[in-house]
Ligand binder design. Structure first.
Ligand code: NAD
Ligand code: MG
Length: 395
């Protein structure tokens, strides 16, 4: 049976890696829809190669540009635009699988739509789960969607848990999770330098090549904070049983501890095509084009405790999950605003944590029962964070 796929965020780092794995297995997958934002050139090339039924871009103007070029190349792909089109593509009746790889809160409505349509969801868009945890997981359960984690850590945890693990406390002898973190580019930088680092320095991740937003999150270690919340929702494990372990080589992608003392892990080269191929083929295995792991070349693996003083964003994420309700959505929105301000040269690297902390202090916590509640919390936090950014002295 050919697996029919919508790729949300096809022009990004995860989207491109997904299409690379699909390209290696002609006849196994059919791309039904490719969805991007503004990178029309790349989307045009992808349409010519994968011949999807639909392509989606940000607005009508970009859609017209793409339409004209596709027609001139005799490509019959239908071009649509805007957030509603993303939601439609996630729920198309002919689609089996949705790769959710839009970055940030912008990916929430379409990722949630895939859950409501009962799809097999390959979840890269961690921000959606952080913001909307209880709403999203309820939709997955109620509509029989299947959630397969793409984030390398969560994919490793998924692979290290028993197949019948249902997420009840203590089930299958699961004691806890060890969530590995590379520590990013500033793990050993002098603390004083963090005030003056540039966006390009912060994006230069030692092991992984990724989009700019998640690269900054890795440099602040907010990425690990978001992933701790993500692991909480995916595997129903309390924060107290999730230990962050700094492991600079990124070879062990995370571990599961059992009551008998066993610790199971998944290892591999840091290449997102491994978790993508795992989820695409699950429960089978397919070639991902990833170099085999050479332990002799790696020679040694290191582990350290996380440094909460250097990485205050990590503590902020624990605080947000502990408060619960809309607090993780507030954390996520403030982080998105602060990261964008840093990338745009408006604030210093060290001010990212300050913006988030002040936003958490100022924005009221509300209960989350629906997508509207999540979007309201997100909007409230964005407005507050934008005001805080404006008041900071900046760079
Ligand atoms: P990226 O910036 O490279 O790509 C983002 C994609 O989202 C692009 O295709 C872009 O067109 C699309 N997009 C952005 N804003 C949009 C909007 N408003 N509407 C529609 N589409 C929009 O990001 P990435 O590194 O591929 O990350 C994507 C997601 O996967 C993020 O949530 C990230 O945290 C997660 N993730 C990425 C990696 C990685 O190695 N890159 C690893 C783990 C998790
Ligand atoms: Mg990760």
């Amino acid at each position: 049976m050919v697996q029919k796929i919508t790729v949300l965020g096809s022009t990004g780092s995860i989207g491109v890696s997904t299409l690379d794995v699909i390209r290696r297995h002609p006849g196994r997958y059919e791309v039904v829809a490719l969805c991007a934002h503004s990178q029309v050139d790349r989307l045009f090339e992808q349409c010519l190669e994968f011949r999807p039924q639909y392509a989606v871009v940000r607005d009508a103007l970009l859609a017209e540009t793409l339409r004209v070029r596709l027609e001139a190349s005799s490509c019959a792909t239908r071009v649509e635009s805007g957030p509603d089109a993303l939601v439609r593509m996630a729920g198309l009746p002919e689609v089996d699988t949705v790769m959710a790889a839009i970055v940030g809160a912008a990916g929430l409505p379409s990722t949630l739509a895939a859950a409501v349509a009962g799809k097999r969801i390959l979840l890269a868009n961690k921000e959606a789960l952080v913001m909307a945890g209880p709403v999203f997981m309820r939709s997955v359960r109620e509509h029989g969607a299947v959630l397969l984690p793409i984030d390398s850590e969560h994919n490793a945890i998924f692979q290290s848990l028993p197949a019948n693990y249902g997420g009840r406390p203590g089930e299958c002898g699961v004691e806890g999770i060890l969530l590995t973190a590379s520590g990013g580019p500033f793990r050993n930088a002098p603390l004083g330098d963090l005030d003056i680092v540039t966006p390009d320095q912060a994006c230069a991740h030692p092991n992984w090549s990724m989009g700019r937003k998640i690269s900054i999150d890795s440099a602040t270690m907010m990425n690990k904070g978001l992933e701790m919340i993500e692991a909480h929702w995916l595997f129903n494990v309390p924060a107290s049983r999730i230990q962050v372990v700094v492991h600079p080589q990124s070879v062990i992608h995370s571990l599961v501890q059992y009551i008998d003392g066993s610790v199971l892990a998944e290892l591999g080269n840091p290449d997102m095509r491994t978790p993508i191929a795992h989820a695409l083929a699950y429960p089978e295995r397919i070639d991902a084009g990833v170099k085999p792991l050479d332990l002799f070349e790696i020679a040694s693996l290191h582990f350290e405790r996380p440094d909460f003083e250097r990485f205050p964003c990590l503590s902020l994420a624990y605080r947000a999950l502990e408060v619960g309700q809309s607090c993780p959505a507030t954390l996520n929105a403030a982080n998105e605003v602060a990261v964008e301000a840093f990338l745009g040269g408006k604030i210093r690297f060290t001010e990212i944590a300050r913006v988030i902390s002040e936003t958490l202090d100022a924005v009221p916590v509300i209960p989350l029962n629906s997508l509207d509640d999540v979007l309201a919390a997100d909007a409230m936090a964005r407005a507050k964070s934008a005001g805080i950014v404006e008041r900071l002295p900046g760079r």
